[in-house]
Write a protein that binds this ligand. Structure first.
Ligand SMILES: C[S@@+](CC[C@H](N)C(=O)[O-])C[C@H]1O[C@@H](n2cnc3c(N)ncnc32)[C@H](O)[C@@H]1O
Length: 413
């Protein structure tokens, strides 16, 4: 016999709430009441879950019809990210198949991250909140429960996603102001806001968010680059389009705002004799390790990397800058003899183009190591109308410019 949806959902929702509280993410009674009340399953009637199949990341479809009501509800109330769109295209739910190696473009975020961000938003009764990235509408609904729908505006760039979220919110009795459009422009009509929260990642903090958040208000967003996420920042808005704050966590990661996604082409792969070679103590692992990867992302905001053998079979890591064709190619140095020795730990870099990318990375890593290799939470960010900088320690410490395009008030990337 199929389980009763409402009573099963209520029981599972209470279990999820207890788990989020036990894990320390859900701390305040008001947000706890919201998580206990908002029926997540209404926002994820159909979704894809990540499987543990080896190889390329694979997602499997979950609906009440395909999986049974019990499994669908259990997964809807698991602390998991549930993907609802890939590659910006709607899923054909008439015949859903497992999907591999695709690019998720909309989801219901991991509940632990949703509540962690809502707690960090430091809202009080009566505040007005702007959310960028409505997605399924679940986080919008939590805010409606906490603050009242009339205090919540949410912007979604994808019209199909926005329409589904509107339906789900209406089914649950919430009617916040929903805007379909590019959230990077904010919502001038509804401004000023007390709080601005983004559930898509951004390469820089849009000046519109700073203008539209009242002085003393907060902006909470994950910054990211094309190589990796930089983490969660909370900025306090000042006067004269200025905002400043710190990274409050290094691990959260969101899908990038669609308008800021990396160009499809990685760029031109340099020929084997292009560029100038030298030794370097740093190999490609500095791009993937937690602290050094954060610094490398700051140092090379326009870069991406991939590993591929050269024509002669030598394993190479290519670091390519999409904006100006600068490149760095990393290879292990050939050992002087065939025995294993420390020579293997040395790397060779071949660089070319207008910016010596690996020099820039080495300088940034030098400053970071001189400061004791601090975690992302030791970094902060200052946003002005002229530029945006991430700094280490304090605003006058070592700093790196974020890529703000000229039309958004920045200099050349
Ligand atoms: C991770 S999902 C949001 C999760 C959502 N808050 C929830 O609880 O379901 C990110 C969403 O941001 C949307 N998005 C991406 N770029 C955007 C932009 N420039 N403006 C508004 N929404 C955007 C995506 O279409 C996607 O639906």
């Amino acid at each position: 016999m199929a389980p009763d949806v409402d009573s099963t959902a209520t029981r599972l929702r209470h279990q999820l709430t207890a788990r989020l509280a036990d894990d320390g993410w859900l701390r305040s009674p008001a947000w706890r009441a919201a998580v206990e009340s908002v029926p997540r399953h209404e926002f994820v009637r159909r979704f894809y879950r990540e499987t543990d199949a080896p190889g390329l990341t694979t997602w499997a479809p979950v609906t009440p019809e395909l999986s049974g009501v019990k499994e669908w509800l259990q997964r809807a109330y698991a602390d998991e990210t549930l993907v609802t769109q890939f590659g910006g295209r709607e899923i054909d739910w008439n015949d859903p198949k497992p999907i591999s190696g695709a690019h998720p473009t909309s989801s219901s975020t991991l509940p632990a991250l949703v509540v962690r961000m809502l707690e960090e938003l430091q809202v009080h009764d009566g505040m007005k909140v702007l959310e960028i990235g409505t997605g399924t509408g679940y986080s919008t609904a939590l805010m409606c429960h906490r603050l009242a729908p009339g205090r919540v505006t949410s912007i979604e760039t994808d019209p199909d996603v926005a329409a589904r979220a509107r339906d789900a919110l209406n089914r649950c009795g919430y009617a916040p102001r929903l805007v379909v459009g590019d959230g990077l422009a904010g919502d001038p009509e509804g401004a000023p806001y007390d709080r601005t929260i983004a559930t898509c990642g951004v390469r820089h903090v849009p000046c519109a968010w700073v203008r539209q958040t009242r002085p003393g208000g907060l902006i909470l967003a994950t910054l990211r680059g094309w190589m990796r996420s930089l983490g969660l920042v909370r900025l306090t808005v000042g006067h004269d389009e200025r905002a400043e704050g710190r990274f409050i966590a290094g691990d959260p990661s969101f899908m990038i705002a669609r308008q800021q996604d990396a160009p499809e082409s990685l760029g031109v792969i340099p020929a084997p004799d292009d560029g100038i070679s030298r030794s370097t103590p740093y190999g490609p692992d500095v791009l993937t390790s937690a602290g050094s990867g954060f610094v490398a992302q700051l140092a090379m905001p326009g870069a991406r990397f991939f590993s591929m053998p050269a024509d002669d079979g030598t394993p190479c890591t290519y670091v390519l800058n999409a904006t100006d064709e600068s490149f760095a190619v990393l290879t292990r140095k050939t050992p002087k003899n065939n025995e294993e020795n420390e020579e293997w730990e040395e790397w060779n870099v071949r660089q070319g183009g207008p910016v010596a990318l690996w020099d820039v990375v080495e300088n940034a890593l030098g400053a970071w190591r001189a400061a004791g290799s601090p975690m992302p939470t030791e970094f902060g960010i200052t946003v002005t109308a002229e530029d945006q900088r991430v700094w280490l320690g304090s605003p006058d410490g070592p700093n790196w410019r974020l890529p703000v395009p000229a039309e958004a008030g920045g200099g050349p990337e």
